[in-house]
Design a protein. Structure first.
Length: 52
């Protein structure tokens, strides 16, 4: 559900966000996070912490 809410905040229509395949939802959120400067660790399947 949290992924769907995040997609709604990105402007994805409600019916699309909630009917999307979970892998596609994750892929869209990872792509958005990377566009915002995040670094996704594919081996650990999680976000790398930013060093201060």
């Amino acid at each position: 559900m949290g992924e769907c809410v995040a997609l709604l905040k990105l402007g994805v229509p409600f019916d699309v966000a909630f009917s999307m395949d979970p892998i596609l939802r994750a892929a869209m959120l990872i792509a958005d996070g990377q566009n915002q400067g995040g670094e996704f660790d594919w081996g650990a399947w999680g976000w790398r912490k930013r060093e201060a």
